[in-house]
Design a protein around this ligand. Structure first.
Ligand code: IMP
Length: 434
């Protein structure tokens, strides 16, 4: 079966979790390869009165399927307290993950309270130039990794070295917190003892996950690499500096899991039929006022555009095909999944951004220098007729209003990539396979 890569094709929050959840029905393994608990998605198990909802930040969506093995890859940064919180919530809901079903890479990096404190202090110090991070310690943990001073999950197998390293790490961060940022220091001994407890709980899960995945792929298993965040938040290819500190793109799958390119079978990009962004940074198709509010929703529904991790209202706007063509290119997407088509029902017209105008009025179909500086550009739109019908009950393409079908076909034609699935509502069944 090989490796299916599932990525966010926008700035995150595309609805990847529910797509993996769907694909995981015939998957043997689901694996996260980058990021940490800055990601968040909600999965529902069961229906009606028996339905239970879980918020996952670190665990792949495959945990919900009883037969999948779940991997936290070496490219991740893991806050063990948060991971244990997720495992406890699942256990309460009747899902217990044994080491046979959850494997944590020995080479994944650990996030500590010191990284979280640094993230907050650095963000405060940026003042008006703040990045809008999720405050989960992601940037400082990856900084430590790249500067070769990080703490890897394999330390959970060696409690003595772990205690020494944690104390030295917290003492080192304290010097920065107090000296540079005037922030309160943390207690190294208390954090070391907290991590000794995490080590005891999580050591059984530590695995050489690259070797494990290779074995499964060689034996013909179906592995899903589940992206967190989105391609436009990629540290290299995203809207730098308003990005996360990892590579939530195809390249990141290979390094973040330690698997070979030869196994890649499909590369699926998930995009909403409109655009959203959390945090700071330019957003050429942003819609303001009533139009933006209409796309966002009121917050009354779990699927409205408010962050799962932070609760922040997301900035909303029209689908940006300049950016989508870019994420198709950098990832080699072989198919698109469109989510939230139902949100557009009831609009007189729907807009697709097909190009950017620069300040001299020249039109660009491609970004001249990538997406890091979008501020000078204004969006050029193609407007299509909207549809008034509720599409939530549609289960095949022919159930959709002609205008909705035309909108989907136009996205495919303007990007040159086939659309394989369209979601029309939050329920598992509210999916159209094309
Ligand atoms: P960090 O990943 O917490 O360092 O945040 C860096 C940027 O990435 C901020 O703009 C965040 O809002 C954004 N970000 C990080 N994770 C997600 C996500 O899962 N969805 C959407 N935005 C995210």
């Amino acid at each position: 079966m090989g490796l299916t890569i599932l990525l966010g094709a926008q700035w995150g929050d595309e609805g990847k979790g529910r797509v993996t959840d769907l694909l995981a029905e015939d998957a043997d393994v689901t694996a996260r390869f980058s990021g940490g608990d800055n990601a968040g998605h909600t999965v529902t198990v069961g229906t009606g009165a028996a339905a239970r909802t879980f918020k996952l930040h670190l665990l792949p969506s495959g945990v919900i399927q009883s037969r999948t093995v779940n991997v936290l890859g070496n490219g991740m940064v893991i806050n063990p307290a948060r991971l244990r919180g997720e495992l406890a919530a699942l256990a309460q809901g009747g899902i217990t993950l044994s080491p046979e079903r959850l494997k944590i890479s020995h080479a994944a990096h650990l996030i500590t309270p010191a990284h979280v404190a640094l993230d907050k202090a650095e963000e405060d110090a940026r003042g008006a130039d703040k990045l809008g991070t999720t405050g989960r310690g992601i940037g400082p943990a990856y900084t430590a990794k790249i500067s070769r001073g990080g703490l890897r999950a394999e330390l959970f197998k060696d409690p003595e070295t772990l205690a020494d390293k944690i104390e030295a790490h917290v003492a080192r961060v304290n010097r920065t917190l107090t000296g540079l940022y005037g922030a309160a220091p943390l207690d190294p001994a208390a954090i070391a003892s907290e991590y000794a407890e995490h080590a005891q709980a999580l050591a059984p899960y530590i695995t050489e996950t690259s070797l494990y995945l290779d074995g499964r792929l060689k034996a013909g298993a179906h592995v899903i690499a589940e992206g967190a965040q989105g391609s436009l938040l990629d540290i290299d290819h995203g809207t730098y500096p308003y990005v996360t500190s990892s590579s939530p793109t195809t390249g990141g799958v290979l390094t973040g899991l330690g698997v070979g390119a030869r196994y890649i079978d499909r590369v699926i990009g998930v995009t909403k039929v409109f655009q959203t962004r959390v945090g700071e940074g330019p957003f050429p198709t942003e819609a303001f006022g009533a139009e933006g509010d209409r796309l966002r929703g009121t917050g009354a529904n779990p699927w409205d555009e408010f962050g799962t991790t932070t609760g922040r209202p997301r900035r909303c706007g029209w689908l940006d095909l300049v950016l989508l063509r870019y994420t198709i290119r950098i990832n080699g997407l072989t198919e698109l999944v469109l989510t939230k088509l139902d949100v557009l029902s009831g609009l007189d017209r729907v807009r697709l951004c097909t190009g950017y105008r620069d300040p001299a009025g020249r039109l660009h179909a491609e970004l001249p220098y990538g997406p890091s500086d979008l501020a000078p550009f204004t969006a050029d739109y193609e407007d299509l007729p909207g549809w008034s019908e509720d599409v939530g009950g549609a289960r095949q393409s022919s159930d959709l209003p002609a205008a909705a079908r035309a909108y989907i076909e136009r996205i495919s034609a303007l990007t040159g990539v086939p659309v394989s699935l369209v979601s029309v509502g939050p329920e598992r069944s509210q999916i159209i396979r094309l």
